[in-house]
Design a protein around this ligand. Sequence first.
Ligand code: NAD
Length: 458
Amino acid sequence: MLDTVSAGTPADIERAVAAAGRAFPLWRQVSAVERAHLLHGAAARMREHFDELARLLTLEEGKPLPENEEELDWSLNTLDYYAELGRHTRGRVLPSPAPGQLSLVLKEPYGVVGCIVPWNYPILLLIWKLAPALAAGNTVVIKPPSLTPLTILWLVEVAFSDFPPGVVNVVTGRGSEVGDALVTHPDVPVIAFTGSTAVGLHISRSTAGQMKKLHLELGGKDPFVIADDAPLDEALEAAVAYAALINAGQVCTSTERVYVPRAMYARFSEALAERVGRLRLGPGLEPTTDMGPMIGDSGRDLVAEHVADAVARGARVLAGGRRPPHLERGFFYEPTVLVDVDHSMRIMREETFGPTIPLMPYDTFDEAIGLANDTEYGLGACLYTHDARKVRRFYEEVRAGTIWINDPLTDNYAGPFGGMKMSGMGRELGEEGLEEFWQTKHVHWDIEGGSKNFWYPY
Ligand code: NAD
């Protein structure tokens, strides 16, 4: 264990929500320019302490240092992006239905936003909420993940130290206690949550009578379709070195299912198993590490269960499939390639959230699209091809919030990210990500006033 933090209580949530509620009337009046200045300041502090923060994130989360540097880079760029976007607009003016009138569409902050994030990208996913929520004029209460609270505590204490008191609040503790208390608090009108579909559903149910705005970013089971024109080596690197194994497969948009044309299947599987066998496992701070450990025992046990279920139903393990015997400390699991899988297996239906690559052959592109859509989730989907007709069919027919063609898992903070189906509702990033934290008011203003011919008497 690296460190411990206090387990907050519902009474702490009460105090934090009260502080955020008191700060809101003043914060919403702060000019957008000043808010932008403060958000840029937070990004600047993160830049100043970049190395220290990246190291801390590596120690508490486990993924290799370069992946944490990337997480921080995306995060501070997102702060800068929303600092600017937040001062662009506050709504619009419509052509009025009659002379002398003004129709104003105003965007207003909600008040106190509850932000809850998971452990796999704690800083990035928090900033995706914090930056637009604050830029829109809301105040926030953060519930950090119980497994990785340290970088978030650092962030609030150091990077956001210039913000007025009560604007940014944080309460550490368990999801079932402080998380529940925050979610159901009557003075918290918006919940911005990233985590599992199970907890997302729990939040929907527990707030059903409160008419809250729920912004839910949930789990996934992303497919990766290799088309028959794809250059094998390039597609293999894209699927292996990045999409399926980054952060040991613990990414909501990890590639969790790969579909390969039958004619390429044997060659692709063998080359992939050989490539995966060469990856180096180790601690995140070691420069030679390609893949770090998983976050804990329960996640690793789930991966082992999915692999065992697949093997029991006829799948074969071509690489990995076990805990590495030479690494006793840390929750390591070997990157694993499975063939002869089908959709009856848990590994093709449930979120595995670990370093597995199940490969399934297909005969026609129609079939591949059908398989990609055969899931309750709809977060992301990847395709490797240079055939424009296939690209068009894929992005029109596959039901997922993000489609990646030939460049899996890239991010662009100026564009929206989020899920369809059981992967959630709402969008983060881009203009859509700011809209989530505003409510809309329409003001009809007759500037001159005076009696109207449609009033009584008729
Ligand atoms: P989780 O749902 O167990 O926990 C997420 C957060 O919710 C944690 O901070 C946890 O303490 C809190 N929580 C738990 N119970 C709660 C409750 N009853 N009320 C309020 N809060 C509660 O998820 P996890 O294991 O931390 O993260 C992995 C999951 O997150 C995966 O399913 C992954 O796909 C998903 N995820 C989704 C995205 C996305 O953008 N769609 C991004 C990253 C991770």
